[in-house]
Design a protein around this ligand. Structure first.
Ligand SMILES: Nc1ncnc2c1ncn2[C@@H]1O[C@H](COP(=O)(O)OP(=O)(O)O)[C@@H](O)[C@H]1O
Ligand SMILES: [Mg+2]
Length: 364
């Protein structure tokens, strides 16, 4: 059975009326296998997103699905009566046995969402306006989840953003130097140690636990084709308890520079202030109403910290012989580390200005 036949057999196990007319690979996600299925019923066509969950990365898929189910139901309830409600939240289609997911004969775990029509995800931010829209919907997402009833969501990836732990793992990799690469990464190792004090800055800031998305890349939000407005947050696999600033920091890390993560011309890797401004304005336009004073005061440092953390992770993996992040050429993880550290420097250089803008927007 090939992949297509397999996915076709799977989608029939979900509560969808009508005849399956086609199913094909879809989108450019890197984590899960995503398909789009078309069903026909009484002359009408309806599309669905069919995904096999990457269980190599997500070790607790049942807990993950429970988190998504609770989050999407809460969001749907919050949006009831609002215009365009059905396109502003993911809607899960249950399996025929009533469960949220289906396990196929090979042990693969699958889920199905209603397809959100007339919108799309973009791999790269093309304008400040888009950055504003993405940050606004991610902020709105956090805001609508502030009052999710107990119990606490599952920690599906424990210590996901525990920067001190990431740093400890990095230190071990330097000591072990298992691939004899420390010599090539001397400058980066020194850079990391020189900034070690940064790792606990958010953890010591007395910030409240929130429900966070944890993968706030630009291609995890759908923008409306007709208006360009941010419509819906997708890719909820990493939704769990965390700090609001992890999400904002990762937006700054991934959306303020035009360079690729492994760009070798480091002059291209800079934090573009207009992009930061757009993210900040967009995020505060929705999240501004619930964030505490302390959270707002750390908005500038959040991007720097997340870039630093990601740089350390790439450096650790480089030292460990590329065990986690796939490489297509020698030194790619070291190049990835360098772009992140360059971003840290670029943020350091602009931090005063960033904080100035934050004060202006927060204090009026
Ligand atoms: N409900 C949906 N409606 C329309 N398109 C979707 C929907 N869910 C996902 N997509 C598309 O599929 C792509 C991959 O989905 P995503 O959940 O982000 O997977 P991954 O974890 O692999 O990144 C997205 O970038 C988007 O283009
Ligand atoms: Mg995605």
């Amino acid at each position: 059975m090939n992949e297509q036949q397999r996915s076709a057999a799977v989608v029939r196990q979900f509560q969808i009326d009508g005849e399956l007319s086609s199913i094909a690979a879809y989108g450019s996600g890197h984590i899960n296998d995503t398909y789009c299925a078309v069903f026909h019923s009484s002359g009408l066509a309806a599309r669905y997103i069919v995904q096999r969950i990457n269980t190599a990365i997500f070790k607790h898929p049942a807990a993950l699905m429970e988190n998504i189910q609770r989050v999407t139901s809460h969001l749907a309830a919050k949006l009831s009566g609002e215009p365009d409600r059905a396109r502003r939240v993911l809607t899960m289609i249950p399996a025929r046995d009533g469960r949220a997911f289906h396990v196929d004969v090979e042990g693969g775990l699958w889920r199905v969402y209603r397809f959100i029509e007339g919108a799309r995800a973009y791999d790269a931010v093309e304008s400040a306006q888009q950055a504003f829209q993405a940050a606004r919907v991610f902020g709105e997402f956090q805001k609508m989840l502030v009052d999710l009833p107990a119990p606490r969501l599952h920690d599906t990836i424990p210590n996901f953003h525990s920067t001190p732990r990431r740093f400890a793992t990095f230190e071990q990799a330097v000591t072990a130097d298992g691939s004899n690469r420390a010599v090539d990464a001397r400058a980066e190792i020194e850079f990391a140690f020189a900034r070690q004090a940064m790792v606990s800055v958010l953890l010591e800031a007395n910030l409240p636990e929130r429900i966070t998305h944890n993968d706030t890349k630009f291609n995890n939000v759908l923008l409306d084709d007709a208006t360009g407005a941010g419509l819906c947050v997708i890719d909820l696999d990493t939704v769990m308890p965390g700090l609001a600033l992890y999400d904002f920091g990762d937006m700054v890390r991934t959306a303020t520079s035009a360079a690729m993560e492994d760009e070798r011309d480091l002059s291209r890797m800079t934090m573009q202030f207009p992009m930061f401004e757009a993210l900040l304005r967009g995020y505060l336009s929705s999240a501004g109403s619930f964030l505490t004073k302390e959270e707002k005061a750390h908005l500038a440092i959040a991007g720097k910290l997340i870039a630093f953390e990601q740089g350390i992770r790439f450096l650790t993996d480089y030292l460990a012989g590329d065990a986690y992040y796939k490489v297509h050429r020698n030194g790619q993880n070291l190049d990835r580390c360098r772009t992140q550290f360059k971003l840290v420097v670029s943020i350091e250089q602009q931090e005063e200005r960033m904080n100035g803008l934050i004060s202006e927007l927060v204090d009026g």
